[in-house]
Design a protein around this ligand. Structure first.
Ligand code: FAD
Ligand code: SF4
Length: 508
């Protein structure tokens, strides 16, 4: 009995389930650089460098550990044109093909087709902390799905931040303590900067040559591409930023794209870090008195709660989830999502950060880029494509529910109980963007008014038949109804004018 073990681009981990019973005498690992994957979505150049460099370093480490490896470089003679055809060309020498199930739906369908050619052992991805069946059982027992209840069960199951069966500190969730605005003299520690070695430099050249038209700046490239590097990034976060992670979780500051966030989603999603080790590390920092509870709990909730919940929804609802458009939003994505050329300082800053770093932190994605897409009625298909392209941590399993569910309400409220729509005052409260903006955040109407202000109301009016019954926003409709007719007409005409301008890519 001999196995061909296939390791996919986001399974870069020696503890992946496909390697669990690897026989170093008879088995072979296949690592395949997929041109098709790199080109199927025109990923940010930094994401391609990260994945290809991490795969190449991983192959070296496995070989040093005594694994037999077949490493197929992009466009080399060993490349049979696709991963599936390359597997087929090798599989006849092996009793079976072993793969940990892919994270994305389309890839699972492609791999399953191999079953007619070979014996395929598809293994669950036990890096995730809730299996598909766990999530199904949990969701079946409920009429509405709330992340908070899922998260509490996960805390109990993994015994994280629990004392005598009760949540540490007496509360499950310290989110209300995590909304401080940034003071002007706040010092944000720099993010980790890992110098590219010769392997990574080769990959940078390869990506430059093969994918010149892809979005984003390739240099400076400073991501970790090995497990050791990713562990160093985690350590740096625990020491430098976790203490204030909770306080400033929702804050946005011009020129500070990284804030007090962890910057580890790239590594969690490709395998260089494991979710449980990050959770336990944060818990132990709290237990040692090194960080406050609101910081440790806030961080742990993101991974044990949100990340697992999002993945659960994806696998429960695919493939239908991809086509949902509850609000029937149709407007095209404006060009400024690519070139940052807009007078709206918040959007311009977030797009510039994204292009440079293949990263924007959660509140930039949710309350600026996402909020605008929602209230401007942008098409879910175009918005999903953009979010999948531009971030180094983007994979459909995590991007799609965040975009269609969390920001666009395209699933009609399955994931989020209300749309995260907000006017300019939220952005003004949580950032310094408005100070440097051509628009006035305090003006509600007119050519100088912040577009978020009138688009917010126009969004509610446009979707009244679908949203008015939602108890969490019914009050906003009552507020709108009390407005004068002149005010309502101003909202309508400013919004029409603005939406017409963005549809023709005028400078707004
Ligand atoms: P931190 O803020 O430090 O949080 C720690 C970790 O928690 C993250 O690394 C991530 O693994 C996890 N996490 C936090 N929030 C979420 C969430 N909503 N869903 C899943 N995991 C979460 N995350 C991705 O990994 N890939 C994506 O493609 C992605 N697309 C997003 C699109 C939109 C519109 C929104 C609103 C959020 C998206 N997120 C995505 C979630 C979140 O914004 C990123 O995980 C986070 O910004 C990554 O930065 P960090 O590692 O510094 O995270
Ligand atoms: Fe953004 Fe409006 Fe503030 Fe300008 S005024 S930065 S558009 S929220």
């Amino acid at each position: 009995m001999s196995n061909l073990v296939v390791i996919l681009h986001d399974q870069i981990s020696e503890s992946i389930s496909s390697l669990k019973d690897f026989n170093k005498d008879s088995d072979l690992v296949l690592l395949y650089e997929s041109y098709a994957y790199a080109n199927r979505t025109k990923h940010h150049k930094k994401k391609l460098v990260l994945l290809l460099a991490a795969m190449r370093h991983f192959a070296v480490e496995l070989e040093q550990d005594g694994y037999k490896i077949k490493y197929v470089k992009m466009n080399s003679n060993d490349d049979k044109g696709s991963l599936e055809d390359t597997i087929k060309s090798l599989s006849y020498e092996y009793t079976r093909v072993v793969v940990t199930e892919p994270s994305e739906y389309f890839q699972l369908q492609e791999l399953k087709k191999l079953e007619i050619f070979t014996s395929l052992d598809l293994r669950p991805d036990d890096r995730f902390l809730a299996s598909h069946q766990d999530f199904k059982d949990w969701s079946n027992a409920r009429s509405s799905l709330l992340m908070e209840y899922f998260y509490r069960e996960m805390r109990v199951k993994y015994d994280i931040l629990m004392t005598d069966g009760k949540p540490e500190g007496g509360k499950w969730n310290y989110d209300s303590e995590n909304r401080k605005t940034a003071k002007s003299n706040l010092t944000v520690p720099p993010t980790s900067f890992i110098e590219p070695d010769s392997i990574t430099k080769d990959v940078i050249s390869l990506v430059e040559e093969n994918f010149p038209e892809h979005f984003g700046d390739i240099e400076p490239f400073h991501f970790a591409v090995t497990r050791k590097g990713a562990l160093d990034v985690l350590q740096n976060f625990l020491d430098e930023r976790l203490p204030l992670f909770g306080d400033y979780q929702d804050a946005m500051v011009s020129g500070e794209p990284w804030m007090f966030h962890a910057h580890i989603s790239f590594y969690l999603n490709c395998g260089l870090l494991l979710p449980l080790e990050c959770i336990k590390a944060a818990e132990s920092y709290y237990q040692k008195g090194l960080v406050p509870l609101n910081a440790a709990e806030g961080f742990i909730r993101q991974i044990l709660g949100w990340r697992e919940f999002i993945r659960g929804i994806y696998w429960l609802k695919m493939p239908e989830y991809k086509d949902l458009n509850f609000l029937e939003a149709k407007n095209k994505l404006p060009n400024f999502y690519w070139d940052a050329k807009t007078k709206m300082n918040c959007l311009s800053n977030c797009v510039k950060d994204t292009k440079k770093n293949a990263y924007a932190h959660h509140i930039q994605r949710l309350m600026v880029l996402g909020n605008f897409a929602l209230i401007a009625g942008l098409s879910p298909q175009e918005v999903n494509e953009w979010f999948l392209i531009v971030y180094a941590d983007a994979y459909e399993w995590v991007e799609l529910p965040n975009v269609s569910g969390m920001i666009l309400f395209a699933d009609g409220g399955y994931l989020a109980s209300k749309p995260y729509a907000a006017g300019g005052s939220y952005i003004n409260k949580m950032s310094d963007y408005c100070k440097g903006c051509d628009y006035s955040v305090t003006q509600k109407n007119g050519s100088n008014a912040c577009p978020f202000n009138y688009l917010y109301w126009d969004f509610l009016v446009r979707n009244r038949d679908k949203l008015a019954k939602n108890p969490r926003i019914a009050m906003m409709y009552r507020t709108y109804d009390r407005m004068s007719e002149d005010k309502k007409l101003a909202i309508e005409s400013d919004s029409k004018d603005f939406l017409r301008k963005i549809s023709s890519d005028s400078y707004v």
